[in-house]
Design a protein around this ligand. Sequence first.
Ligand code: ZN
Length: 317
Amino acid sequence: MGNEGKGLLFLDPVCKHNIWGGVKLREEFGYQVEGNDIGECWGISAHPEGDGTIRNGEYQGKKLSELWTEHPELFGNLQYDRYPLLTKIIDAQDDLSIQVHPDDAYARENENGSLGKTECWYIMGCRENATIVIGHNAKTEAELKEMVGEGRWTELIREIPIRKGDFIQIDPGTVHAIKADTLILETQQNSAITYRLYDYGRLQNGKPRELHIDKSLDVITVPAKSAEESVESISNLPENALNQIYTCEKYTVFKIDVNGSAAFEQGYPFLAASVLEGEGSVNGTEVRKGDHFIIPNGYGKVEMNGNMSLILSTVEK
Ligand code: ZN
């Protein structure tokens, strides 16, 4: 395969309107979408609720889901029945409702064969002294049920401090929520199954949004992983190297901070890449903050120049 940047698959993302969204994804990242309630950019997605479109080259105009089906060789001929990942940028201008996701086994049985949802967050930006909701304070299943039943939310919900450059893995069963003024890059399984546990008693159009208490109680892990184990700072990685920051059964995530030039071999089934900050080039093709692209299977040597930070992800063969 030619190495002139031609083989890169750039995506036109799908943006989402959310009551907690804002204007940053248009004004800072340049996504062409109207409205002052833009909460999510599904940058690399083949999900039916937001299937990205190839922006360039011989596959221009194709949906990512179509490309996955018609050209499995671009992704290393993997044994998955759909493109396995979903990469999003989330701009929260208000607190999100507190949620939990099921694992594959629970989702298969209770959600029409959907995948469960394991996800992880890289904190791209937040206010000073910011916090995030991760985990809970119930020690036993019985205590969890009691606290939920009695509405002892402030006692139950665990908030922990975060800073730009933190990485957070959210296994199925983890209670979690983003607070206002937080910008994140999310890498997750290709799934949209979410159970809403608590919405701070807020109303939308005069009514509370639906909660999924029973399903939440079914899937919440008790006790939760410790606060210390939940957040990891990755703000001091070596420059110009493809740093693996996390790997689990569902994905492997990398970060690269290019300052000058960097090169690595694309030896993975595929690499899904998002430019978080700055600008530069990939094998001669210009990229900037907000661009999302896939480096296909067999691409060979990847050469990056400029001043930019990217998060990349792939899956096991
Ligand atoms: Zn989630």
